[in-house]
Design a protein around this ligand. Structure first.
Ligand code: NAX
Ligand code: K
Length: 522
């Protein structure tokens, strides 16, 4: 599992009500169980445990393990590289404070704060004298490691490596990149690494010299925490750089609108802007251009000849595509033969990530896009059935099998439904978002479920907002699967906030006012 996915899951547990303090407790407890077992197998008598801790969650696991190991009768020396003020991970600090509060102390715990490298040097001497029958636990750095190892941590890692104690790393050996397994500078050479939930990607690649024996412990994270989209998914969005310029945070082209419909591309455009994209262009027939311009001064509207999008607009649209990062095709386009021809040519010629929504789903030929992994479709149930009708028949499925009504279903039927949907959506390499009471996001073997939203969202235009958000995130560089997943979450959550503020009377145009704040969520 990638460390970022682990962090997302971690946050999403919190969103489901499972606190990180609880996960840390489970991690520290499992670690202490493993260390006790290793101690029994490796040594003939009880040994001293030395735990090095840093400023993050990795150290927090060490504090919890210390408490459990004391209860098992071990003598524990804590070696803190950071004092209380420097520990930014609140749950880690909470667990350290529990240990500090054991005063006067009857258990065999020593808490040593290592102020500077000279204090670590003293440990070096102690380790050289008599540490062959000890266990050192490395809780200095885990999945939160960034950049070059700082000097104090570096020195501690060197001292740990020099000692002849049995070394157990928490989650990842400190110094190793948990994603790539690379070691840029120094790294703890562990005899064992005790990881949590799922093996981090880097540990599978790194050399055994560093990782040692790999033990993975379950810490009670439910399957759904990985499956459900939550505000943790916001962590995947790159932080905006302080010195970024206009356009650095993405630009989007929306191709849609028609004589009858000008609201849809406008709503999609405003939603895209609320997701943080810098520039939104709208290419639309002249009959829709003026209403869209007057709807919002934030959209750059390009007026194209005709009442409906048509083949004569092709060149102008392809020129606009050159300057953007992603394209949304479909909102408000209406259905006619000319627009159909144009859309099928565009999906063939545009080599940038595309979102297909609304009328585009009825006009674009599935076979033309089936090999593209940079495309997102956002159908509701009926559009889904229409778009995939040949596949549904080929698979011997019925429309009922792919009906999105999940109410009163038990886990088996939910799993069967997901299998049905997967077998259909697997016919394309891109992402399919099936909108409904819960939204389902499919790409190959990957599935995500979004549970935000409410019945008020059946009001016209919320689908346009979702398409706008999805393409806005895509334009900011998020991959297709993550853009689609996060957009469903944000759109539904904005609907829930709109419901709180306006009751069932809210309109699709109310959603965008909530998105900006939601994006600050983690
Ligand atoms: N679901 C999970 O993944 C869980 C994670 N837990 C633990 O939490 C860890 C992640 O916690 P954090 O995100 O706080 O990350 P870390 O524990 O890796 O700590 C990050 C901190 O280390 C410091 N740091 C980063 N790079 C450094 C460098 N190059 N040199 C010196 N100091 C550096 C920074 O000040 C940062 O605050 C996991 O590895 C795991 O041990 C567990 O508590 C339970 C659940
Ligand atoms: K570690």
């Amino acid at each position: 599992m990638d460390p970022i996915d682990m962090q997302v899951t971690d946050h999403n547990c919190e969103y489901l009500g499972l606190s990180r303090l609880c996960l840390m407790e489970n991690a520290g407890k499992s670690l202490s169980d493993e260390v006790a077992t290793l101690s029994t197998f490796t040594f003939s008598k009880p040994v001293k445990i030395v735990i090095f801790t840093g400023s993050g969650g990795n150290g927090g696991d060490g504090f919890v393990a210390a408490r459990h190991l004391l209860n098992r009768g071990f003598s524990v020396d804590l070696c803190l590289l950071k004092n209380d003020d420097e520990i930014k991970f609140q749950d880690a600090l909470t667990n350290l404070k529990v240990l500090r509060n054991l005063n006067p102390r009857v258990s065999r715990l020593n808490i040593n704060y290592l102020k500077d490298s000279s204090e670590i040097d003293k440990l070096d001497i102690a380790f050289n004298n008599n540490f062959s029958e000890s266990i050192i636990i490395d809780g200095i750095l885990g999945t939160g490691i960034k950049g070059k190892i700082r000097s104090k941590e570096r020195r501690a890692i060197e001292v740990i490596n020099k000692s002849n104690a049995l070394k157990v790393a928490i989650d990842v050996p400190s110094g190793m990149n948990p994603l790539t397994g690379e070691v840029l500078d120094v790294c703890v050479k562990a005899d064992y690494t005790v990881g949590f939930h799922k093996v981090k990607t880097g540990l599978k690649i790194a050399s055994e010299d560093i990782v040692g024996g790999l033990i993975t412990c379950d810490i009670g994270i439910p399957l759904e925490a990985e499956l459900f989209v939550g505000d943790g998914d916001l962590l995947k969005l790159k932080n905006r750089s302080n010195n970024s310029h206009k356009g650095n945070n993405g630009s989007l082209l929306i191709i849609g609108g028609s004589k009858e419909y000008s609201g849809a591309p406008g709503l999609a455009g405003i939603s895209a802007i609320s997701s943080g994209v810098d520039l939104v262009h709208v290419a639309t027939p002249e009959s829709a251009a003026t209403p869209i311009k007057s709807y919002s001064p934030d959209l750059i509207v390009h007026s194209l000849k005709g009442d409906y999008l048509n083949l004569n607009n092709q060149e102008e649209i392809l020129n606009l595509v050159e300057d953007v990062d992603a394209v949304l095709i479909g909102p408000g386009a209406s259905q006619n033969d000319e627009t159909k021809k144009l859309f099928n040519i565009l999906v063939h010629k545009i080599k940038k990530p595309i979102v297909l929504d609304a009328d585009a789903l009825k006009l674009v030929n599935r076979k033309l896009i089936s090999k593209r992994n940079d495309i997102i479709l956002t159908p509701h149930n009926n559009e889904f059935k229409q778009f995939y009708q040949d596949i549904i028949h080929e698979e011997g499925l019925t429309f009922d099998d792919v009906s999105m009504r999940f109410d009163n279903l038990n886990y088996k039927t939910v799993n069967d439904k997901l299998t049905f949907f997967q077998s259909v959506t697997n016919s394309i390499e891109g992402v399919t978002v099936v909108k409904g009471e819960s939204d389902f996001i499919f790409q190959g073997s990957k599935v995500k479920i979004n549970t935000t939203g409410n019945p008020g969202m059946t009001v016209g235009g919320t689908g346009d907002c979702l398409a706008g958000l999805t393409s806005g995130l895509l334009a900011q560089g998020l991959n297709v699967f993550d853009s689609a997943s996060l957009a469903t979450f944000l759109n539904g959550k904005a609907g829930d906030l709109a419901m709180d503020k306006y009751g069932y009377g809210f309109a699709a145009s109310n959603l965008s006012e909530f998105i900006g704040k939601l994006m600050d969520g983690v």
